[in-house]
Design a protein around this ligand. Structure first.
Ligand code: HEM
Length: 258
């Protein structure tokens, strides 16, 4: 009898412990769901701005940030993002703009606005996103400038993509122009003033001609820039090209004072 009641007592204790453990586990899961009550379409996890804020190291243990509307778990990079670390600014938000401007104080609504940035800056932003994709886990989309509440891309993201296409075309045209008119070498000293000259590799463009320095005036650009022109092909090519004053037609080097 004594052994039986002792056994029954132990069972009760055991069951109580299991119930408590299950309760704690269920509560944790509930809390987690409260924080990540993400809308889903297909398997797209979408965070609201408020939900993402929870992952800035003050509320949740995990650290999340968004780049161009895509959310990454950067908990493994805690040494960069924890409170007091150099890049703490980025967690809990989409601070894409600061990835190129370096303005880690920008808490305005423009902190993820990037359409006004240069093609070089946009390309550097894409590199950042690539870095996050490779190094960290992608966890979802942010409902905001780039994606809507269902994780579908917004008009802003479409505009961003078309600007990237324009940048690609601009880059290709620039490369073509660089092949035709490679940049000169340029030096300046107090005694001599400015010196511009061409070689078979100036401007980083390897070619089988040296060229002569000319000023190329580009519409919309304030100042001309020095380019090397293949003298044999120059005649009448464009009236945007001007000789340097007091420099012989075929000289591969010109000096002038500015
Ligand atoms: C626009 C300015 C800058 C931005 C937006 C920026 C951003 C970042 C970010 C986000 C990370 C963490 C990357 C990760 O999660 O792996 C990082 C890492 C780092 N940054 Fe910067 N940074 C800037 C300027 C600088 C400068 C000027 C220096 C050096 C003087 C520097 C040195 C470093 C170093 C050493 C690391 C750690 C690299 C590693 O451990 O993998 N950063 N930077």
């Amino acid at each position: 009898m004594g052994i039986y009641s002792c056994f029954r007592g132990n069972i009760k204790v055991l069951v109580s412990i299991i119930v408590i453990i299950l309760g704690v586990l269920l509560y944790k899961k509930y809390e987690e769901l409260q924080h990540i009550t993400t809308k889903q379409k297909g398997h797209r996890l979408v965070f609201s701005q408020e939900q993402l804020t929870q992952y800035n190291g003050h509320i949740q243990d995990k650290l999340y940030l968004a780049v161009l509307g895509q959310v990454f778990d950067v908990t493994d990079g805690r040494k960069h993002y924890d409170q007091g670390s150099s890049y703490h600014y980025f967690v809990g938000k989409d601070g894409s703009r600061a990835l190129v401007t370096g303005d880690f104080k920008d808490e305005s609504s423009m902190k993820d606005y990037v359409l006004d940035l240069s093609c070089n800056d946009l390309s550097s932003l894409l590199n950042w996103r690539q870095t996050y994709r490779k190094k960290y886990k992608f966890v979802g989309f942010l409902n905001g400038r780039y994606y809507d509440e269902y994780g579908t891309e917004t008009n802003y993201l479409k505009q961003f993509k078309s600007k990237l296409k324009e940048c690609k075309v601009e880059k290709m045209n620039q490369e073509k122009e660089n092949l035709k008119y490679p940049p000169c070498n340029i030096a300046w000293s107090e005694e001599e003033g400015s010196r511009v000259w061409c070689t078979k590799t100036s401007g980083g463009i390897a070619r089988n001609w040296v060229g002569v320095p000319r000023q190329l005036f580009t519409p919309g650009e304030e100042k001309p820039r020095c380019v090397c022109v293949n003298y044999d092909m120059e005649s009448g090519s464009t009236n945007l090209l001007k000789k340097y004053p007091d420099c012989p037609d075929t000289a591969t080097m010109c000096k002038f004072n500015t």
